[in-house]
Ligand binder design. Structure first.
Ligand code: G3H
Length: 539
């Protein structure tokens, strides 16, 4: 059995290496209506998910305090967004595309200035390792810059006129109105911004509710949001979702909901709106992405991809590989190689060079993961790597669990943590049956090289999931690729260019092609009296 060089018990020896705790003294603030407010009510103590052994006692540093807003304050955020919208006549929704781009560009400059602070907080709040925390920040900046490029391109395409069947029309895109954005804790910066930025750049005022974990890391950006956008365009609120979100939606004033999280919550959110048909939704939800190791898979390619795919950020990714199907002819070899590779991963503090395994962001997650493993073991599975599933505090050493069968919860549920269920299959029909039966439909990774096997398998899989990866792990990026899912995994698509379309609606100005109307359109353009009806060309 492969040994565990970083046995969880060794973690008891984790000492603070002297790295300063990034205390956020002004975390108890939020942004409403262009005003950064300090919350006088209940605040939550934000503790690091990292823990240290100090003279035999486990301590978890306090990073600061975050507001726990109440329903009244949350409604103020809605009212501020509605005021900025002003029935579609506000400064922001009627501004030119160029003006909105300029505001976002100014914001990016300010954002880049706080990179180090935000990266540090990503590590301390949710335990993401340094390389991945830096990647999250840089990728977000890149996403915003790509969004600007994409919007310019979109606007250039829409800056002309269409003459069709006696009509003259200009077809552009316009905003929906007040938008509620909620990102997840595993990408508290990136996935907060990949909805917020496209929403505002298309002219929608936003209420952004920060995730459960990863609130303080957004604090250094409050001033930039306040300074770069008109009052009420960006409202950032914190608090318990179940208390502050229902009142916002029940008012009926939210036109667009962008939510990245669990499907049960998404279902619940939609019911709060008095006119669910009116609430447009963009949802990125649960997933149980499968890897399929075919008889001719290359072990040297497959194992590193399986490990990265299943254990990147300790498996706390919606795109993580969450079940692995291995052809029976290769299963012993794959399970053994996987176990060795997993036990070669280094656990520790996020900034330590080479560390990939870190404490879980949700302090209760290890308990639930342990339950899933214990149940599987009771039903006949084994933990195949030494120390797999061992828990100390909120750190879990990853477990390779085999053989997993359909009665076990691990076979069905999204574990969202460092547990790798492996199932052997004899016939590819068993894999397809799983892909068809599961309620999820995000992605699959296929490992093998036989075109006669892979061709038909791709054809079958593309109607079950929205991305088929060949000899590579499942993932969202590059962010210009469409990111979506079938069945319970998503509603709408969130690539750079798709998001711009999803957060806006095609809208046109049309007239019949009479001389008077042609002159009228020309006069509006010449007088520059409309920001919508214009032939301005963005470079
Ligand atoms: O948690 C879901 C993320 O969108 C996954 O993104 O594949 O780049 O880690 P990623």
């Amino acid at each position: 059995m492969p040994t565990a060089p970083t046995s969880p018990t060794n973690l008891l020896n984790w000492q603070s290496d002297g790295r300063a705790v990034p205390t956020v003294a002004d975390g108890n603030r939020y942004l409403i209506g262009g005003e950064i407010r300090e919350w006088k009510g209940l605040a939550s103590e934000v503790k690091s998910c990292l823990f240290f052994n100090q003279n035999g006692v486990i301590v978890r540093p306090t990073l600061g305090y975050a507001p726990v807003l109440d329903a009244n304050e949350a409604l103020e955020a809605l009212h501020a967004a509605q005021k900025a919208w002003d029935n579609g006549q506000g400064e922001w929704p009627t501004s030119t595309v160029a003006e909105r781009i300029a505001a976002v560009e100014a914001f990016v400059v300010r954002m880049k200035a706080v990179r180090e602070t935000v990266v540090e907080l990503i590590m301390w709040e949710i335990g993401k390792n340094l390389a991945d925390a830096q990647k999250e920040f840089d990728r977000t900046v890149q996403y915003i810059e790509d969004t600007i490029v994409s919007l310019k391109e979109l606007d250039r395409k829409n800056s002309g006129f269409t003459v069709e069947k006696g009509f003259l029309a200009q077809i552009r895109r316009s905003p929906f109105g007040p938008t509620l954005c909620m990102g997840p804790y595993n990408y508290p910066l990136n996935e907060t911004f990949t909805t917020l930025i496209p929403a505002i750049i298309m002219g929608n005022p936003v209420i952004s509710k920060l995730p459960r974990f990863g609130q303080l890391l957004n604090t250094p950006l409050l001033e930039a949001f306040r300074d770069c956008f008109p009052a009420g365009v960006v409202n950032i609120i914190n608090g318990k979702g179940s208390e502050i979100i229902p009142p916002i939606l029940q008012q009926g004033g939210v036109e667009l909901l962008a939510f990245i999280g669990g499907s049960k919550t998404a279902d619940q959110l939609k019911t709060y709106h008095p006119k669910p048909h009116r609430l447009k939704s963009i949802l990125s939800l649960d997933a149980k992405n499968l890897a399929v190791v075919l008889p001719d898979a290359d072990i040297k390619v497959t194992i590193p991809q399986l490990v990265a795919g299943a254990l990147g950020f300790n498996g706390q990714r919606c795109t993580a590989l969450k079940i692995i199907f291995v052809h029976r002819s290769r299963v012993d070899e794959v399970v053994n190689a996987l176990s060795v590779a997993v036990n070669n991963l280094q656990g520790g503090l996020p900034w330590t060079k080479g560390v990939s395994l870190t404490p879980l962001a949700d302090l209760n997650a290890a308990k639930w993961l342990r339950e899933l493993i214990d149940e599987a073991v009771l039903m006949g599975a084994k933990v195949m790597n030494e120390g797999g599933g061992d828990v100390i505090e909120n750190f879990m050493h990853p477990a390779v669990v085999y053989p997993v069968t359909s009665e076990m919860r691990l076979h069905e549920v999204e574990q969202f943590g460092p547990v790798i269920p492996v199932r052997a299959y004899d016939d590819i029909a068993e894999v397809m049956e799983y892909a068809v039966e599961t309620q999820f439909g995000q992605q699959v990774s296929l490992f093998g090289y036989d075109p006669k096997v892979l061709g038909p398998l791709i054809d079958a899989m593309v109607n079950q999931v929205s991305r088929v990866n060949l000899n590579v792990q499942c993932q969202r990026g590059p962010d210009t690729f469409p990111f979506t899912g079938r069945k319970a995994s998503a509603e709408g698509t969130l690539s750079v260019s798709d998001a711009l379309k999803r957060f806006s609606i095609r809208t046109l100005v049309a007239t019949d092609y009479s001389e008077a109307n042609r002159d009228l359109v020309n006069d509006i353009i010449a007088a520059r009296s409309s920001n919508f009806l214009t032939t301005d060309f963005l470079f």
